[in-house]
Design a protein around this ligand. Structure first.
Ligand code: 1GP
Length: 237
């Protein structure tokens, strides 16, 4: 449980999310070079819709260029590769689609059995963010309304009580606006496990606010896809 233990111990951690579907494998060396010189603590790999084997090829390539832990953040069972270090075993607890609560997990078992992947059970909570996101579309679930704070808090706590090791508050990739600081702080107050926050974070100010409100680990993807210059602002000193 090395990856999980480090997330537990860590402070102001940052995961760069690479979606294999939107990323050119040929760009890996140059992109990962920037990641290595940044404050990033993790590389997450995953997406809502990814061609078979693309994740496997990409993870193998990333591994050649970095020692930063690679964590799978899979949209589907087909994205499981034993070449990564860990996997977020996601349960979409904001939704009521049994496939994403237990169905895909059962399907995943045979792949996980043949791997050394560290499996990290994660309660995944989709929160409305201004537009219909890919997660909503693919999983056919509704995001939780952002003013339904008590329900969001209770959902996160229920995840913890079910034994999940992380809670991930998700606005969705490319969201118009990130999860509000109010929601982050309310959820954080109730939890005894690390809190991940992602979706729609595009500026240093938003990143800072997420940390200040209680995010232990922030996930950013689209900001780097849109403009790699964003790495300049998160350079390691
Ligand atoms: C998406 O939370 C992640 O699942 C990251 O979102 O791409 O908007 O940074 P962005």
């Amino acid at each position: 449980m090395i990856v999980y233990k480090n997330i537990q111990k860590g402070n102001r951690q940052l995961a760069i999310l690479i979606d294999p579907d939107k990323f050119l494998v040929e760009k890996t060396a140059a992109f990962i070079e920037k990641v290595n010189h940044s404050i990033a603590t993790h590389i997450f790999v995953g997406g809502s819709i990814v061609d078979d084997f693309l994740t496997d090829i990409l993870v193998e390539e990333i591994k050649k260029h970095t020692t930063i832990p690679i964590v799978l953040f899979p949209g589907d069972v087909t994205q499981i590769t034993k070449k990564a270090d860990a996997i977020l075993f996601l349960s979409l607890i904001s939704g009521r689609n049994p496939e994403y609560l237990i169905g895909k997990h059962v399907e995943a078992v045979s792949k996980l059995k043949n791997s050394n992947l560290e499996v990290i059970p994660t309660g995944y909570i989709l929160i409305e963010s201004g537009k219909k996101t890919a997660v909503q579309q693919v999983t056919e679930t509704l995001p939780m309304p952002e003013n339904d704070i008590q329900n969001i808090v209770n959902t996160a706590k229920a995840g913890e009580l079910l034994g999940m090791k992380l809670i991930y508050l998700e606005a969705g990739s490319g969201a118009d606006f990130p999860v509000s600081t109010h929601i982050i702080s309310k959820v954080k107050k109730e939890l005894n496990i690390p809190l991940l926050v992602g979706g729609g974070i595009r500026t240093l100010e938003q990143l800072e606010k997420a940390y200040q409100s209680g995010a232990d680990l922030v996930v950013i993807g689209t900001a780097f896809e849109e403009d790699e210059l964003f790495f300049e602002s998160i350079k390691k000193h």
